[in-house]
Write a protein that binds this ligand. Sequence first.
Ligand code: ADP
Ligand code: MG
Length: 235
Amino acid sequence: MVELRNIFFQAGARKILDGCSLVVRPHEIHALLGTNGVGKSTLGYIIMGCEGYQPTAGEILFRGEVINRLGISERARRGITMTWQEPVRFEGISVRDYISLRNPSCDEASYLRLVGLDPSWYLQRMVDRCLSGGERKRIELASALALHPQFAVLDEPDSGIDMLSFDDIVHVIRLFRDNGASVLLITHRPELALIASSASQLCGGRIVCTGSPREVTDFFMAKKCSVCTEVMCDA
Ligand code: ADP
Ligand code: MG
């Protein structure tokens, strides 16, 4: 579904991705584990085609097509979407309009229910700083679900979400897959990675371990990675 082949990316003088290769298969949830600052979000931006995140070398493939030259809108039209680690705040737009922003014909209330929010309370509210981080995260997930993506990069969907709501978030992540999407689930939490069907660990700019979520989380927790520098492992 999505394949990264030997991707290199540098921000200023700092190498972030250094020959990174990764395969996410159709209809799978693939967890991407890694410590803070290792380049997980960067890898997501590179797949999404965000401005300033053009790899210096390597190929990004979507359904067998090299998409390096496609802009973010063209990738979105092909069915690639991403939810951000820190959801954007749109001042002056209602939750209803935000959810249907990219899919005007959707039933906004049903998507709010899917992410565990009561439509009668949230639909008319504004997407602004009055919403908590967890509420914004759920609303962004609802907006991404409404798109019926083929491929969804979910960047730390559990951050800002309390432990009691963890199961709700797991349910929403599975909904993407059940609706036909492949999911790249970016996380640094092993317990979330364990809901995936496969997993990889990013370290030192490369994927250092790929396998079942259990194998990869064990590898990650034991700090077995030998290709990274200590600074990166302890970040
Ligand atoms: P992660 O998501 O794994 O925590 P990021 O992908 O956000 O890590 O960032 C990886 C590293 O690259 C960090 O040290 C970050 O500060 C740096 N970085 C990312 N994007 C840029 C950029 N555009 N300019 C400079 N540094 C960047
Ligand atoms: Mg990140």
